[in-house]
Design a binder for this molecule. Structure first.
Ligand SMILES: Cc1cc2nc3c(=O)[nH]c(=O)nc-3n(C[C@H](O)[C@H](O)[C@H](O)COP(=O)(O)O)c2cc1C
Length: 173
């Protein structure tokens, strides 16, 4: 059993989650290759399980990830697959499940693909990493959603026990 994990990450949080998952799965004696969507140029058919992770920016998952899913839909349907989304709305307990997170719900209404497992993780808020435009926009979004608006804020909302539980699911599915 060989697993492929492909991700899209802008500020590194989705990559951090993927690195964590890869380490957990390697410890569980799984074979796993990790690629950024921009670097992946292999044949995905050589893998038995395919895991795809993407962060949300301005309401949407990365377009290259969407393109990959659409291009390989027939192949994906023959494999065991998992998808996870990383976003800040998932910091709210009422929105941290695949069937309660608005981005995940919207994503699967639009795309013609049903992965075996779907997950959602809260990401990281780190104002200092953002350029001026993004900082202002995120501050506004945080104000709207009653989150931290102090631009010195750096909070990792990711629940690592949740990520660890996901790794166990990935081992056994
Ligand atoms: C420019 C920008 C736009 C974002 N838009 C959203 C959004 O619309 N909804 C949301 O819940 N989180 C949003 N986020 C939060 C990211 O999803 C979160 O910071 C995540 O950890 C980023 O993961 P990455 O570092 O792997 O890209 C945004 C972050 C940035 C920097």
């Amino acid at each position: 059993m060989k697993t492929l994990m492909i991700y899209s990450s802008v500020d590194g949080q989705t990559l951090k989650i993927c690195d964590f998952l890869q380490k957990e799965l390697l410890n569980l004696k799984q074979k796993i290759d990790l690629y950024s969507i921009v670097d992946f140029n292999k044949d995905p058919n050589q893998y038995d399980k395919i895991i795809i992770g993407s962060s949300i920016r301005y309401g949407v998952h990365n377009e290259k990830i969407i393109e990959f899913i659409n291009t390989h839909k027939t192949l994906l349907d023959t494999k065991k697959t998992a998808f996870f989304s990383v976003n800040l709305v998932a910091r709210k307990p009422a929105k941290n499940q695949p069937d309660t997170n608005p981005y995940v719900i919207k994503f699967f209404k639009k795309i013609d693909w049903k992965p075996t497992i779907v997950e959602v993780f809260a990401g990281k808020l780190d104002y200092k990493k953002y350029g001026l435009f993004d900082r202002v926009m995120i501050k506004f979004i945080m104000w709207m959603t009653k989150g931290p608006t102090d631009t010195n804020t750096e909070i990792e909302y990711t629940d690592w026990d949740h990520v660890k539980a996901f790794a166990l699911k990935l081992k056994d599915f």
